[in-house]
Ligand binder design. Structure first.
Ligand SMILES: Cc1cc2nc3c(=O)[nH]c(=O)nc-3n(C[C@H](O)[C@H](O)[C@H](O)COP(=O)(O)OP(=O)(O)OC[C@H]3O[C@@H](n4cnc5c(N)ncnc54)[C@H](O)[C@@H]3O)c2cc1C
Length: 434
């Protein structure tokens, strides 16, 4: 995503002719983090709303001290990440509930479907006039710092002049980011592009690399790592008479797969490592009233194990088990904590044990940016190390990280990060007024 209406022109610009004019900022990612930052960089300036009360009293007091100063221009200590309010999945200045009302729909148990959320985000981009900032079907394959000197003479000239931009580039900048990638054309071809930017924001989320178990046969065609594979299979070849579907994992995505299979009367074998009463299990942390369907899955996990038959048909749970291997004959071997093994013939397997960010477009897969630079980036255990006031990477100036990459795992926290990045970028721009 690029904050410039000449985006397509810039991306398609013949490289040898007009050189490489660095953009002030490139945002990679089109989820809530990217959308929210795009909104703030597009001229929407957030102020404290009169008569509104923020749940955090200290933050409320600070905001009330300067109601006429934009929140972007205020210096609010780390607690700014709690600025988002209203609906948890909503973005600034368009409450999700209002959008849903327009569609003459309501929330069930205060919750929304994933489809509604996806539509709401698309609507948000249109409504706020942000489409021009987005380049769809575009994949970034490499981001690296290069010295300004290594860019062509044209680029040097562009760097210094850049007179048609609202943003003035830092004249002392000796390094810029080179961002490479490709567009997917309507015909399905890939058209490469290469652009330069003074700042890059990583808003690529953490769902692109499903976790693998690392067991034999996991690459066989009947073993999948995404829930959508089950939806596809139900459309095509799997049904009530099929061999069971093996579902591995005990998180909410695995629970969604179980609910979906249950709804379609497809037999399920459910394998997971923890005890059902393990306090770390997500089901033991969710309020029952708000999440009745997940509570139901938890009940099934408890009451319908291989050791004791329960009231639920087409489902068997295997707590404290793990998969040993997948065979070419669709036989899967599982093992319990005492080393006892069982083999099951299955129709397909879904390994739904979480996901990791795919930062393969960064040097060393972005590991050098993490809190612990010896380990891969992980949203919960090892997020990217950012300055809490600016969200700029501590290890790489000019590079920012947002959302789960920076440890903000819920949409309601994303807005605080976007505010911090926007504020930092605007301060940089104001240091070098046109
Ligand atoms: C099943 C599930 C349920 C959830 N439920 C909730 C909930 O109830 N409440 C809540 O607050 N949060 C929930 N979350 C978390 C929420 O989805 C995330 O916090 C949020 O999506 C993070 O937003 P983001 O913009 O940082 O990343 P994402 O939404 O992941 O968006 C990143 C985008 O960047 C794109 N991208 C990645 N790499 C590249 C590249 N190299 N080039 C170009 N584009 C790229 C990705 O394809 C993706 O479209 C849930 C998540 C899941 C998986």
């Amino acid at each position: 995503m690029l904050p410039d209406r000449k985006m397509y022109g810039l991306l398609n610009r013949p490289q040898s002719k007009s050189g490489f004019k660095p953009l002030p900022v490139v945002i990679i990612g089109n989820g809530p983090s990217g959308i929210c930052l795009s909104y703030l960089l597009s001229g929407y300036v957030p102020y404290l709303k009169r008569h509104s009360i923020h749940p955090h009293p200290i933050l409320q007091r600070k905001l009330e001290e300067a109601p006429d100063i934009s929140i972007l221009d205020q210096s609010i200590e780390g607690s700014m990440i709690t600025l988002s309010r209203g609906d948890w999945m909503g973005l600034p200045d368009l409450p999700f509930k209002d959008w849903l009302k327009q569609k003459r729909r309501g929330l069930r148990n205060n919750r929304a479907t994933a489809e509604d959320i996806a539509q709401y985000y698309q609507h948000y981009v249109m409504k706020k006039g942000l489409q021009k900032n987005f380049s769809c079907d575009t994949v970034v394959t490499s981001v690296k710092k290069v010295s300004a000197e290594s860019i062509s003479n044209h680029a040097q000239k562009d760097l210094q002049e850049s007179s048609d931009s609202l943003w003035t580039l830092n004249e002392k900048s000796t390094e810029v980011f080179q961002v490479d990638g490709f567009f997917k054309t309507v015909k399905g071809d890939e058209e490469p592009f290469s652009i330069y930017a003074e700042n890059v924001v990583l808003a690529t989320g953490t769902y692109d690399g499903p976790t693998w178990l690392g067991v034999k046969g996991e690459n066989l065609s009947y073993v999948h790592h995404q829930l959508s594979a089950l939806e596809e299979a139900v459309k095509n070849n799997i049904g009530i008479m099929s061999d069971p579907v093996l579902i591995v994992g005990a998180g909410l995505t695995a629970a969604d797969a179980i609910l979906f299979a249950h709804h379609c009367n497809i037999p399920v074998i459910h394998v997971f490592r923890r005890r059902v009463s393990d306090p770390g299990l997500i089901f033991n942390q969710l309020p029952k009233m708000m999440y009745p369907e997940y509570h139901k899955v938890h009940q099934m996990m408890k009451e319908q194990s291989a050791a004791c038959a329960g009231p639920y048909e087409c489902y068997i749970s295997f707590p404290e088990h793990h998969v040993l291997s997948f065979g070419k004959d669709k036989k899967c071997i599982i093992q319990d904590k005492n080393g006892y093994q069982k083999a099951y013939k299955i129709s397909m397997a879904l390994v739904l044990t979480g996901s990791n960010p795919n930062l393969s477009f960064l040097p060393n897969n972005g590991m050098d940016l993490a809190m612990d630079s010896d380990q891969p980036v992980n949203p919960k255990r090892n997020p990217i190390d950012v300055d809490p006031f600016t969200y700029e990477c501590t290890q790489e100036k000019g590079l920012y990280a947002l959302g789960p990459l920076a440890g903000d795992n819920f949409v309601r926290f994303v807005q605080g990060g976007a505010l911090a990045v926007a504020s930092s970028l605007l301060k940089k721009a104001n240091k070098n007024p046109p």
